[in-house]
Design a protein around this ligand. Structure first.
Ligand code: 2AM
Ligand code: CA
Ligand code: CA
Ligand code: CA
Length: 255
């Protein structure tokens, strides 16, 4: 394998290529299928994006494991060694209904520790990327967001969790300046990175939060389960990303 700086340059280039391909493919007819039901869609673009990303990563890092949402990667049963996580289209419902507010996400973990994460906000032409050496939007490094309290800021909460009032989330929303709901984990993580949201709570699978977790932790944000515990990288979690202050406040209210 090449060194991480070389790999990073190539994955950044891949993300811009995937953005371009996605913009082209969405102008042509594509088919849409239901996965678990009418609120859980997959398109031929989710699948072809994943296949393109996986074949490129196989070329760059042939011995790594690859975990992709649409199943074109490996059966990953343990997080040791190098593992790439791929969400080829995040916010597929938004992609289908809005042609906006969706992302493409890639990340690399080594022995369970985040190395680099990438979130491409396709329609806004913004690539959020980096790791412990800093977090960037395109070529611009960004600073850690202010350590705001819940009461002073907006919070992202997924629709189903807020509607069902799981984890006391309606009370948590009331204590904030207001809840927001964007429908793409990648877009919501990006808004926490920039301080537009003080935090985000959603029930997510590893490829939904893997890239965002790396970028958030590099900016002193807390990324945990809603109980305040560590996230599992191999199963679903109710994920909380927030400033240090809001994270404590939300965990207390939720439990
Ligand atoms: P996806 O679009 O890649 O599936 C809002 O739906 C957010 O939650 C999206 O980031 C979506 O990712 C994610 N999500 C996770 N599990 C989901 C599910 N079963 N149905 C719909 N969205 C899901
Ligand atoms: Ca999906
Ligand atoms: Ca997703
Ligand atoms: Ca997806």
């Amino acid at each position: 394998m090449e060194n991480i700086a070389q790999i990073d340059q190539k994955i950044q280039a891949l993300m811009w290529q995937m953005r371009k391909e996605t913009l082209v493919k969405m102008q042509q007819p594509f088919s849409i299928d239901e996965k678990s039901g009418r609120k859980d869609l997959v398109t031929t673009i989710d699948k072809s994006n994943e296949q393109t990303i996986i074949s490129k990563i196989r070329e760059l890092d042939p011995t790594a494991q690859i975990l992709g949402e649409e199943g074109f990667g490996d059966q990953v049963n343990q997080i040791n060694g190098r593992v790439w996580l791929i969400d080829p289209l995040d916010g597929t419902m938004n992609f289908v209904m809005q042609q906006n507010n969706f992302a493409i996400m890639i990340s690399l973990y080594e022995d369970g520790i985040g190395v680099v994460g990438y979130i491409m906000d396709v329609m806004n032409q913004k690539l959020y990327h980096g790791g412990t050496n800093g977090v960037f939007i395109n070529d611009q490094q960004i600073e850690a967001p202010a350590n705001l309290h819940l009461k002073d800021a907006l919070i992202g909460i997924s629709g189903p969790l807020l509607i069902d009032n799981n984890h006391n989330l309606q009370q948590i929303a009331r204590q904030s300046r207001g809840p927001r709901m964007y429908g793409s984990a990648g877009i919501e993580f990006a808004k926490v990175l920039t301080g537009e949201l003080v935090g985000y709570v959603s029930y997510l699978r590893p490829w939904d939060f893997a890239a965002g977790k790396i970028l958030a932790q590099a900016l002193n944000l807390q990324v945990k389960t809603i109980d305040g515990g560590p996230l599992s990288m191999l199963s679903s979690n109710v994920v909380l990303v927030a400033t240090e202050r809001a994270s404590k406040e939300i965990v207390t209210l939720a439990n």
